[in-house]
Design a protein around this ligand. Sequence first.
Ligand SMILES: Cc1cc2nc3c(=O)[nH]c(=O)nc-3n(C[C@H](O)[C@H](O)[C@H](O)COP(=O)(O)OP(=O)(O)OC[C@H]3O[C@@H](n4cnc5c(N)ncnc54)[C@H](O)[C@@H]3O)c2cc1C
Ligand SMILES: *[C@@H]1O[C@H](CO)[C@@H](O)[C@H](O)[C@H]1NC(C)=O
Ligand SMILES: *[C@@H]1O[C@H](CO)[C@@H](O)[C@H](O)[C@H]1NC(C)=O
Ligand SMILES: *[C@@H]1O[C@H](CO)[C@@H](O)[C@H](O)[C@H]1NC(C)=O
Ligand SMILES: *[C@@H]1O[C@H](CO)[C@@H](O)[C@H](O)[C@H]1NC(C)=O
Ligand SMILES: *[C@@H]1O[C@H](CO)[C@@H](O)[C@H](O)[C@H]1NC(C)=O
Length: 606
Amino acid sequence: MKFTAFLVGCGLAASARAIVEDAIDLFDFVVIGGGTCGLAVAARLSEIENISIAIIEAGNDERNNANVTDPSLFTVAFGTPIDWTYKSVAQPHLGNRQLDYHSGKAWGGSSAINGMTYIRADAVQIDAWERIGNKGWNWDNLYPYYKRIEQFSPPTPEQSAVGASYIEELHGENGPVHVGYPFFLTNSSLFDIAYKTWQKLGIPYNQDPNGGSLRGFSAWPQTLDREANIRSDSATAYFHPVQDRPNLKIFNGVARRITWDDEANTGSGSNLVARGVEFITNEGVKQIIHAKREVILSAGSLRSPAILELSGVGNPDILSKHGISTTRALSAVGENLQDQPQTSIFYQNSQVINGSAPYVAYADAWDIFGESTSNIAAATKEKLSEWAGIISKSNNNAVSPDSIQHVFQIQHELIFRQNVSVSGTLTTASGDQLTSVFWGLLPFSRGSVHISSEDPLEHPLIDPNFYLIDWDLRPMVELCKLARKYWSTEPAGALAVGELVPTLETVPDDATDEQWVDWLKLASISNMHPAGTLAMMPEELGGVVDHTLTVYGTRNVRVVDASVMPFQVGGHLTSTLYAITERTVDIIRDGIAVHASMDGGLPLEN
Ligand SMILES: Cc1cc2nc3c(=O)[nH]c(=O)nc-3n(C[C@H](O)[C@H](O)[C@H](O)COP(=O)(O)OP(=O)(O)OC[C@H]3O[C@@H](n4cnc5c(N)ncnc54)[C@H](O)[C@@H]3O)c2cc1C
Ligand SMILES: *[C@@H]1O[C@H](CO)[C@@H](O)[C@H](O)[C@H]1NC(C)=O
Ligand SMILES: *[C@@H]1O[C@H](CO)[C@@H](O)[C@H](O)[C@H]1NC(C)=O
Ligand SMILES: *[C@@H]1O[C@H](CO)[C@@H](O)[C@H](O)[C@H]1NC(C)=O
Ligand SMILES: *[C@@H]1O[C@H](CO)[C@@H](O)[C@H](O)[C@H]1NC(C)=O
Ligand SMILES: *[C@@H]1O[C@H](CO)[C@@H](O)[C@H](O)[C@H]1NC(C)=O
């Protein structure tokens, strides 16, 4: 068989260069990145006994690190060795600040350091994935996978008394990821206060935001093993229980690039076959793991595009700048970055609150803009073509204005016709402070992630391009005003005895929108939801992977991580990412079954 001959060939090549390139093994699948999606995909594939899987992960096993496991220590891990501690490039619309991008460097990736919130997407957002050309990706198809991943702990009576609520049929019972409410919920009357205040402001109570409609106010569930009181990340949920399987092995190192079957096949090569992955160990030794079937890229939305570029797949203009020859031109690689701006307003509390109070209110355009919504909808629709031009110019036409405009039209419909939520506001209390943290869910701005160097250890250039489309400030300004209104509406108003941030000196009570904009530019940070940098879309729309998550122009490279989401979602990302992963594993399994019956198991000749 052709493939066997090829392997012998490269085995010889490897031994001839043994000093620098040690081909350490041959596996069916090589997964780059043992993070949220990477460990889930690897663990699921390892259920097939005669399939072998290697994972290459830069971080370590952190099961004994309290900064990971202890649910009350969120943010403590920031800046420690388990955080990549990325920085964005200077943001011109944020006073040239460079933003922090935390990202997990550990078994479990960002699921090991994140805020643990478990909230799914709005159903029509997933349906939009199919509408832009991704066959089979709709809410009805994804929904069983949302449930499959989940092991839900219904709230205790004490937790219900402080707002934890759910609809039983929406949740799974037998999945690997624990979902529940912390015992640490406050037992003060904060829930009643939040409930009554949001009601007055027109935001209804939502008994369970995980049924495909986010809008409303509720207590949010978390990826938490409540009984053990530990974080349920993808290492704990998926990997630890199966890590001793003989067909599953994790290697520690930084992946550099995918190596190709025919390195000479350059230019517009349409059927590239990945033969393995080159990585660098902690000791600085270069090694290669060969892949018999597939390479799965799961290094996250801030890193996977860089690995593709280092492998010669990307925008030729960018690759040539760093001396990398183009194996497959795919100019949308690294474009389409969608992240959410986040800001907080603080007050002094007249009381001291115990516990945590994770009460969130999702609002749609009508909630935010009120009577002006129809006019705003019409005015923004007129702007879509201009905005698409701005984005296309910012990426040197790597994605055409027409493609971006097409995608924007769907986004506009989601916002103004289908009424998806456009903002989240967390109203919470900690010690003697009250906070509203809020974030815009669906900005029109698009940024990028690209290599900064041919050196795989260098961090990529991360540019969320916040507020490039200045309209994205509009909902944020309304959210600032809404936060102030909330903390001056009874009963919440009775708690807030003084504004600590931004203060009335900085932004007066009767501030104009311009004054809020000035403050927002200094106060906005990332909501840490970067997505979309290797989008699942038709190639002509700026897509990088098809509906099987296979990279265009390759036969056996898939991407399974937050890079593939074509649109940002309203909920938090991990629930949707786990569901994407589980569905993709079924797609891979189907492929294996078909090919096993045809030729004994090599899915390469389609
Ligand atoms: C601070 C923070 C808070 C968040 N809060 C929430 C929340 O409350 N709820 C929620 O649902 N989502 C939250 N998110 C978002 C969510 O956690 C991420 O979107 C999700 O975990 C990303 O999964 P992923 O598989 O795409 O990437 P990751 O989980 O980041 O996995 C990528 C993996 O690849 C590894 N890697 C990267 N480059 C290389 C390389 N070259 N070689 C080898 N390995 C490599 C990394 O070490 C990492 O393990 C938060 C994110 C952050 C950072
Ligand atoms: C946990 O975080 C703290 C504070 O950032 C840090 O000092 C400590 O070293 C971390 N612990 C581990 C095991 O990394
Ligand atoms: C409520 O608070 C009291 C005292 O602050 C504490 O003893 C009790 O355990 C708390 N209850 C819950 C359910 O957290
Ligand atoms: C917070 O807890 C302390 C002791 O743990 C208790 O004295 C106090 O009353 C609690 N405050 C509220 C608002 O529940
Ligand atoms: C969206 O909300 C507006 C205002 O409440 C309402 O008139 C319209 O029917 C809603 N559309 C959908 C699809 O729910
Ligand atoms: C696994 O092995 C069995 C028996 O040898 C074979 O029938 C099956 O096709 C193999 N499956 C794969 C995926 O190779």
